[in-house]
Design a protein. Structure first.
Length: 438
């Protein structure tokens, strides 16, 4: 893919009706993109079905949700959860009586981690065990799900699985330096990826964030065939990230967060959608804008491209409602700082000579550099300190708006998707929000 393919028109079609089934393939958390899509499905009157990744016991044994956990999860979802654990990844899997990859990482130290070597033959066996466990459980989930869908109805599968960082103590310190380190604490992301630790993480990212989408499409083949033969339709979506076009000056320009280590897995996710599309399966990856979530907060500065959304709201004729969002953001800043100061700081960041080389779409995802990390993390820190309350930020408000917009955009576009990979840039986000609120 040589250039981003943006969604350019607000989608109007909706094939989903009461009685159709929306399947959330991943758990629903407090803040994240999936909430917007679930809300759209709920408004359409669809039957909502979820799955669980399960929970780990103290000995790492995987179990279903207990009664209390299941009741809470179903209340949050507003639907039925199939209580068969679908934990993705292989970091805690291994042939019986042998160490799993996370245990193997226990011997790594901060002094030697980038030189320590892993037993890749054994890791391959662990990966095989983990993948087979997931696929076996997925087959059971599909049997249960098949009995919950009436013939002739439409089914919307929404893949939300992402992540895959092993819970190794040594990685926590490394991550803080790669994603939050500047000055003497800076660490090159390429140093991480060139190490055996980094290579293991990339493999697990692929399994969690990408390969699970392929497993879902394959495992639901019988449901897809049954629904299509009885007059229904089946759709698949997944959440991608591959940079976003934001308003820089008077033009929407593609930019990205550096270094997004999961980027390689997200591109694999795109290829899986393209392969499905070539088989006449409507699977679409939506590359969404940067927002703040529980998982993205590890990446200091990932939130900076959110702030120019305020300019896009006005650019796309948001009128009084757009102005009200500006005022809401102004109220979060200290008296010494204006919202215009913040927007100017972000513009200076985006147009800085240090950042321009990172707009190379063909080279994405690029490794970080010390000047880039210093500028990104420093700008993020300065803007956070300009708020009255460090826990109530402009980017929290704007993240909620992006989630509100992506839900209906993805839901309606998926009725008749334009292709297997689409970008939701700030222009279409702003237009969707203005349509909702004006």
């Amino acid at each position: 893919m040589n250039t981003p393919i943006p969604l350019q028109q607000l989608p109007q079609k909706n094939i989903f009706r009461p009685g159709d089934v929306f399947v959330l393939f991943g758990e629903l958390f407090g803040r994240g993109y999936a909430n917007g899509l679930v809300n759209s499905a709920r408004q359409a009157g669809m039957k909502i079905v979820g799955i669980t990744v399960g929970r780990r016991e103290a000995n790492n044994a995987l179990r279903p949700l207990n009664e209390e956990e299941l009741a809470t999860a179903e209340q949050n979802l507003g639907g039925k959860i199939i209580n068969i654990p679908l934990m993705a990844g292989f970091d805690l899997d291994a042939p019986a009586g042998t160490p799993n990859p996370t245990e193997m990482l226990g011997s790594l130290t901060l002094k030697s981690w980038n030189e320590d070597k892993l037993d890749w033959d054994h890791i391959a066996k662990c990966q095989e065990v983990g993948v087979q466990r997931f696929k076996d459980s997925l087959a059971e989930v599909m049997k249960v799900l098949g009995g919950m869908i009436e013939p002739g109805h439409n089914v919307f599968f929404a893949h939300t699985m992402a992540g895959g960082i092993p819970k190794a103590k040594v990685f926590l310190a490394i991550a803080n330096r790669v994603y939050k380190g500047r000055g003497d604490r800076f660490m090159s992301s390429q140093t991480l990826l060139d190490s055996d630790l980094g290579k293991l993480i990339l493999k697990n990212f692929d399994e969690v964030s990408a390969n699970t989408f392929e497993h879902l499409i394959e495992a639901s083949a019988a449901i897809r065939s049954g629904m299509e033969s009885s007059g229904g339709q089946v759709r698949y979506t997944a959440y991608g990230y591959h940079g976003t076009s934001i308003l820089i000056g008077d033009e929407y320009v593609w930019q990205t967060y550096t270094n997004y280590t999961q980027g390689l897995a997200k591109m694999r996710l795109e290829r899986i959608a393209q392969a499905a599309w070539s088989k006449n399966i409507k699977a679409t990856v939506y590359n969404c804008p940067e927002i703040r979530t529980n998982s993205s907060d590890i990446f200091a500065g990932v939130e900076l491209p959110l702030i120019p959304l305020l300019n896009a709201l006005k650019q796309e004729n948001g009128g009084d409602w757009a102005e009200s969002q500006w005022q809401a953001c102004r109220s979060l800043l200290t008296d010494e700082v204006t919202l215009e100061d913040i927007l100017r700081k972000v513009l200076d960041f985006q147009t800085h000579s240090t950042m321009l080389p990172f707009r190379d779409f063909a080279a994405w995802p690029m490794p970080n550099s010390q000047p880039q990390a210093d500028l990104t993390i420093g700008t993020s820190d300065e803007i956070q300190k300009a708020h009255k309350d460090s826990k109530v930020l402009i980017t929290d408000l704007l993240s909620a708006l992006v989630i509100e917009a992506t839900g209906p955009l993805m839901f309606h576009e998926t009725s008749d998707p334009a292709g297997p990979v689409l970008w939701l840039n700030h222009d279409i986000i702003a237009r969707q929000l203005n349509t909702i609120h004006i």
